[in-house]
Structure formats: structure tokens, C-alpha cells
Ligand binder design. Sequence first.
Ligand code: FMN
Length: 189
Amino acid sequence: MSDPMARFAADREAAREAKDPMAAVCVLATVDEAGLPQARTLVLRDIPEGLAIYINASSPKWQQSQQQVAIQVWWPSIQIQYRIQARCEPLPAEHIAESWQLRPDVPKRMDWLYQQRPQSSEISDRDDLLNLLENINPPVPLVAPEGARGLLLLPEKIERLDLNQANGVHDRTRYVLDTGRWLEHTLIP
Ligand SMILES: Cc1cc2nc3c(=O)[nH]c(=O)nc-3n(C[C@H](O)[C@H](O)[C@H](O)COP(=O)(O)O)c2cc1C
């Protein structure tokens, strides 16, 4: 298949059908201010425009994701890994305003808490956190705070590794976007 995004979607669908819990998530890798690699699990969303992630702007990873990011997924149920390099485009505020309403209650309150205390900053202890959360006064009607953001992922390089081969030799393909066309290369696995 020469369209790696279609291939990714088909593989992900197979993983979902196999009830693979990893089908919902990805690992987002960025480079921090000190030049050090950082990786964390995020929910990987399907939106009409493509793949998206939701991030709070108070977290350092928001700044780290403004140019290039790497995303990795591994679906054990179908024995397939993808590694993706992507440019990121902030999702429009209208999109966030709408999709944010679908978040469960606690994540919504957390997003409001991040307005006072940045995500990933230190707090004295868990009791202090729970107390702060209890005393958050989000607006009524409840709307997304300014810091709730999202990124559309625009892949430029996609690598698929398929371990599920009868002869044991893994199948590895790299796709590179070249002036709007995907070029396909077979790699030594
Ligand atoms: C299954 C799973 C899903 C997660 N989904 C998200 C997510 O969609 N957005 C998010 O900001 N953090 C998500 N997290 C938490 C992140 O992995 C991370 O701990 C948090 O965002 C702080 O990252 P930072 O130190 O880079 O700011 C998820 C964690 C797990 C285990």
C-alpha cells in the first residue's frame, strides 16, 4: 500500500478489533530545553483532518512540540510498530472548545487547575493537590480554559515494522513525504 496514512489507519483498525489497549495511545517524543529526549504516553485521536493529540499549554511539552515531534506506537495484538516524524499544527480554538466538552469531569477540572499551577510542576504533596482541585472554581457554564490545546500531526516520515512474518524476517518499510508524494523504501530490519 503506497499511502502510509491509509495503511496506519487500517492497521490501527485491526488492533482495535483485536481489543488492543495500545490502539488508543502513542508515545510522544520531544527534545527538552536542555537538549535531552523526553517521552510520554498520550491518547492518539482520530479527527477528520488526521491524527491529533491534546496537550495543556502549561506543560513544557507544548513548547517542545511546536516544530517536529516523533510519535511511536506498538500494537502487540498485530505485532506492528510505527515510528512517525511529524510537523505539528495547533488545532483551532473552536475545535478545542467543542472536543473539550467531551472530557470527563476530573480532566476538565485539572485543565482549570493548570491555569494556576502548570502541569508537571512540583507541589508539596498529594493532599495539597486534592485540596487545590477541590477549590477550583471553573466558570459556569463550563468552558475550556485558555491552556487546553491540541495539535494536528502532519507526518513527514513514517516507518512501519511488521514482526508478524511466517519466515521470521521482519518487514520494515519507510515512507518519506516528498513534495506531496510518499516515497517508499524497504529497510533492513
Ligand atoms: C494511557 C495514558 C494516556 C495519557 N494521555 C494523555 C493525554 O492525552 N494528554 C496528556 O497531556 N497526558 C496524557 N497522559 C499523561 C502523560 O503521559 C504525562 O504523564 C503528562 O502529560 C505529563 O507530561 P510532561 O511531563 O511531558 O508534561 C497519559 C498517560 C497515560 C499512561
